[in-house]
Design a protein around this ligand. Structure first.
Ligand code: 13P
Length: 251
């Protein structure tokens, strides 16, 4: 499978700033790029960014989705609305939502299952806190988050799933995890995926990416980690030149 590099713009750009960044990315990205590239603006920027990238190879993703198709759910967004705006991917279970907004494993599961049913491909985030790592619980936490999110979820045909391993303590710090720790955690995630899906699905439909203080140097250092297929980038993804450098190094 192709490597995938995803930009999580978080709540960092208003719609017009998002469109400008998308225009810059379209200009800067090589016409034939061998990594898949996805940008995930905030909900209000999806339409403008979608228009800016529509004739390019860049794909659109959202940062969250609700688990119902429609109804009285104030403030939520349905999978169908995101699909209508051109989204192919959706980030689910980011630690900023799990920690700051009380999103549970069950909610992450509901969102991932509904997204796939409705034609969106989930980028499911997993990762331990500093305290959990310090107490030797990193592997157990990530295994639990992954299996509870995906147990009972079916992938068929060309449906794609991305697992983003983001150690919470490495996000926005300028200091990523060590290569050795990344290797170990990616291996744990690969193994956990095999507890949930058949080998052919894990090999053909699922990619594992790393997120947490990714820059071009980290992308180059981590590019050859076994079973690692790309990156989920926060801060550096809202700087066009830095994001393009990461994409180039990740292949
Ligand atoms: P940073 O790249 O800013 O550390 O953010 C990572 C992240 O949370 C991506 O989802």
């Amino acid at each position: 499978m192709k490597k995938i590099v995803i930009g999580n713009w978080k709540m960092m750009l208003a719609p017009t700033a998002g469109r400008n960044l998308a225009n810059d990315l379209v200009k800067l990205l090589p016409a034939k790029n061998s990594a898949e590239v996805v940008v995930c603006p905030s909900f209000t920027a999806l339409e403008l960014v979608g228009e800016a990238i529509k004739d390019s190879q860049i794909e659109l993703g959202a940062q969250d989705v609700f688990w119902q198709d429609s109804g009285a759910y104030t403030g939520e967004e349905s999978p169908a609305s995101l699909v209508e705006l051109g989204c192919q991917y959706v980030i689910i279970g980011h630690s900023e939502r799990r920690q700051g907004l009380g999103e549970t494993d069950q909610m992450v599961h509901n969102k991932a299952a509904t997204a796939i049913e409705q034609g969106l491909w989930p980028i499911v985030c997993v990762g331990e806190t500093y305290e959990e790592r310090h107490n030797g619980k990193a592997e157990a936490v990530v295994h639990r988050q992954l299996t509870s999110a995906l147990q009972g979820v079916d992938l068929v045909g060309s449906e794609q799933l991305v697992i983003a391993y983001e150690p919470v303590w490495a996000i926005g710090r300028g200091q990523p995890i060590t290569i050795a720790d990344a290797q170990l955690m990616v291996q744990i995630i690969h193994q956990a995926l095999l507890d949930v899906f058949p080998l052919t699905i894990v090999q053909g439909n699922v990619r594992i990416v790393y997120g947490g203080s990714v820059n071009a140097t980290v992308a180059q250092e981590f590019a050859n980690i076994e079973h690692l297929a790309g990156f989920l980038v926060g801060g550096a993804s809202v700087k066009a030149d830095q994001f393009v450098d990461i994409i180039k190094q990740s292949i």
